[in-house]
Design a protein around this ligand. Structure first.
Ligand code: ME8
Length: 719
């Protein structure tokens, strides 16, 4: 009996309705859940909504309704969408559920009783969007691109600092597995701290140096608002103020409360023993730190088992930047369900939705390399649909089945089963299943597309339409069509976790009945066995993937009404730029005069600089452009340099910047910067630097990267 498999998506904030970024994670998890169920695992798939915290409280206030009602309404839009899309979750958890709140209070109390939480007071800069304290002067621009607010709070603190080495050891040894590797390294580099010249270091179990004390204790309660779970006794009895539990401690705990933590009934205890620890948490890359540092630390501190694996995917970009409501570059899944559903005018509404959902599922998993950022566009969606599904899989199914209908009276021919394509089929099964087990969705779906292409090639090479005209070739015709039908059966079973609705339609047309039933009976577990029973009669044939015309692109574009820029009320996750540590410049380079409105530290007025006057013609020679950091990494043996790859929209560049002592590379990824784009290239440490990053020089020369409050598109020129 295969093991149990418990997998989760992040629980989504209810400050805004879902967009296809949320669908992306959910679809990936749903596909994996279906795959695991097919293989017979005792699978449990959890999703839900994150409903507490200041961000939600403020959104509710802006909407003029009570937070609970606001959460109810937005949470329902997620559930409704998942229903339309046929998402097969086993539980939809809400952090306002009473059982969740009980579980969170139980964890808080357990941590307090174990001495892992203590009371202290703190004044600092608080990012409302990120729900976290940030180091920096007042008005620092937070990771969400908005100024922080000064907040003094008496808070409960969690002894996160005590878990620096245990976490490093667990992650380095893969007991806590993090993929992809880049995300694992990002977490490790955060945990190890900034190793500067002369800093005191210790060694992890695998012999890697880290800076002790780099991981600070974490504030885990708030008093400035009350939309959250109250801190329970006995901790609550030690303070006059009313504290609510930090929203991330609340939210992360959902993964346990969903499976019985905090439910002391026999049923609750059994469920917890059956499913905890989670086998896999899917997350977007911006919330890796919460899942790979805070969450395991809370669990270690409470003496509970850790999740086995955290898989972080990249971002869906639309019009070059991360899809988010505040940027107005949102694509809703509903737009795609409606548009593709319209290709099936005779189907019931729920079937139109499931069909549209399958198209979206296929596209997201096939087109966007899992783990990396990928651009979404309606053009690409329609192009991929037509090439892979209408012309590829759909056409293969319809031409094979039509020939069986015409030549064998709709009965899958029995004679002449050949061994042709057997090797290709075996490879497709192995590649697809191994890739799904590794969450390499792109590889998995490509394997099914490869088998479609091979089978198509097989038909073209054997030209059954010619064989059909020659009565002496009847056996050969039977063999060719049976072989093709066999390959289609396998492709369809393989695609079932990816496109459950269309796979079930093809399965019926193949005369195999209900694929859901076959799956339940375990008939899809070992695909090398089984097949067509004698005299299998095809079902009713009908086109599966009608061709999509160009107008569909216009329809979808028109459906996405862009909100005005002022509707930028929503805070969304960004790669955490470090607001405390501005920075830049290649080694030895002079910083330019500040070009951004980055806040200068409060100090006496600076002396007027004695720089020579230039004309506008001189200035215009400097080509300053906005670029996005795609890659940021340290350079071995160069303490000060970071190697960056930036995207200017029209091209990508490598830039070496002397900011390694001020910025952690992973915090720069995704950030927009200003570069001098027409600076002559030069070599530093054997690497070519193709430009320079612009920064203000503050205090004793600490650089602060130029940035904008507005969302500027990459490639934009500063003049
Ligand atoms: O972070 N591309 O909720 P959230 C890809 N409540 N994935 C995207 C995306 C995009 N453009 N936009 C969103 C939270 N996502 C917390 C989580 S978990 C204990 C608490 C997906 O509503 C992706 O999975 O901001 C990302 O991590 C998640 O939605 C963020 O959802």
């Amino acid at each position: 009996m295969p093991d149990k498999f418990y997998l989760t998506t992040p629980i989504y904030y209810v400050n805004a309705r879902p967009h296809i970024g949320h669908a992306y994670t959910t679809v990936a998890a749903d596909t994996l859940a279906r795959h695991k169920r097919l293989l017979g695992h005792d699978t449990y798939f959890l999703t839900g909504t994150d409903e507490h915290g200041q961000k939600i409280g403020r959104s509710a206030a802006a909407a003029g309704i009570a937070p609970q009602q606001f959460a109810d309404e937005v949470s329902a839009t997620f559930r409704d969408l998942w229903k339309r899309m046929g998402i097969s979750y086993d539980q939809y958890i809400r952090t306002t559920d009473a059982k969740h709140q009980r579980g969170v209070q139980k964890l808080f109390a357990a941590l307090y009783e174990r001495g892992q939480i203590y009371l202290d007071s703190y004044t600092g800069q608080y990012s409302i969007g990120e729900e976290m304290f940030i180091e920096g002067p007042p008005g620092t621009i937070g990771p969400d691109g908005k100024p922080t607010e000064t907040i003094t709070e008496e808070n409960f603190y969690f002894r996160l600092s005590a878990f620096q080495k245990p976490l490093i050891d667990l992650i380095e040894s893969n007991q806590l597995e993090i993929t992809p590797e880049a995300r694992k390294n990002e977490v490790l580099s955060f945990l190890r701290g900034n190793i500067a010249e002369g800093s005191e270091t210790l060694l992890s179990d695998t012999g890697i140096a880290y800076v002790p004390g780099a991981l600070k204790d974490l504030s885990v309660s708030r008093t400035s608002f009350d939309w959250g779970i109250p801190v329970p006794s006995p901790a609550a009895d030690t303070t006059e103020q009313k504290h609510v539990i930090y929203v991330w401690l609340d939210a992360l705990t959902n993964y346990m409360t969903a499976v019985g933590y905090g439910d002391d009934s026999e049923e609750g205890r059994e469920m917890f023993a059956r499913f905890w620890p989670a086998d896999l948490h899917f997350v977007g890359k911006e919330i890796v730190r919460f899942h790979c540092v805070y969450w395991p630390a809370f669990l270690l501190a409470a003496g509970l088992p850790l999740p086995k694996k955290i898989v972080a995917h990249g971002w869906l970009l639309f019009e070059e930047s991360k899809m988010s409501k505040s940027r107005g570059n949102i694509v809703r899944s509903e737009t795609i369900l409606d548009a593709f559903g319209s290709l099936k005018p005779d189907a019931e509404k729920y079937e139109q939705d499931l069909f549209g959902a399958d198209v979206l599922r296929y596209f997201l998993l096939r087109e966007i390399s899992f783990g990396q950022d990928g651009s979404f566009s309606f053009d690409a969606l329609v192009a991929r649909y037509n090439s892979d599904l209408a012309n590829g899989y759909g056409n293969l199914v319809s031409r094979t089945l039509k020939m069986i209908e015409q030549n064998f009276d709709s009965v899958v021919p029995e004679s002449g089963l050949t061994t042709e394509l057997t090797a290709d089929i075996t490879i497709a099964i192995e590649t697809m299943r191994t890739a799904l087990d590794r969450q390499e969705f792109t590889v998995a779906v490509a394997a099914s597309a490869a088998l479609v292409a091979t089978t198509d090639g097989y038909l073209t090479a054997n030209a059954p339409w010619k064989l059909a005209k020659d009565p002496t070739q009847r056996d050969r015709l039977a063999a060719v069509l049976r072989t093709a039908a066999k390959a289609i059966r396998i492709v369809t079973a393989l695609l079932y976790p990816v496109m459950p609705y269309t796979a079930s339609r093809v399965w019926t047309q193949l005369g195999l009945g209900s694929i859901e039933r076959a799956a339940e009976l375990g008939e899809l577990t070992d695909l090398t066995h089984g097949g067509f029973a004698p005299n299998t009669r095809l079902g009713l044939l009908a086109p599966i993937f009608p061709r999509a015309e160009k107008e569909l692109i216009t329809t979808m574009n028109d459906a996405e009404v862009k909100p005005p820029a002022t509707e930028a009320a929503e805070a969304e996750q960004q790669p955490a730029a470090d607001p405390n540590t501005p920075a830049n410049l290649a080694e030895g380079e002079q910083p330019l005069t500040p070009l951004s409105d980055a806040p200068a530290p409060a100090a006496e007025a600076p002396a007027k600089p004695d720089t020579p006057e230039i004309t506008i013609d001189d200035f215009i020679k400097v080509d300053l452009r906005v670029a996005r950091v795609l890659v940021a990494e340290r350079i071995p043996k160069a303490d000060k340099l970071l190697r960056l790859e930036v995207d200017l929209g029209y091209e990508k560049r490598q830039i070496l910047a002397g900011i390694a002592q001020f910025y952690e590379p992973e915090k720069l990824i995704g950030r927009k910067v200003v570069i001098v784009a027409n600076l002559a290239p030069r070599k530093l440490r054997g690497l070519e630097s193709q430009g320079m990053i612009v920064a203000a020089s503050i205090g004793d020369g600490t650089p602060a990267l130029a940035s904008f409050i507005e969302d500027i598109e990459i490639g934009a020129r500063l003049k």
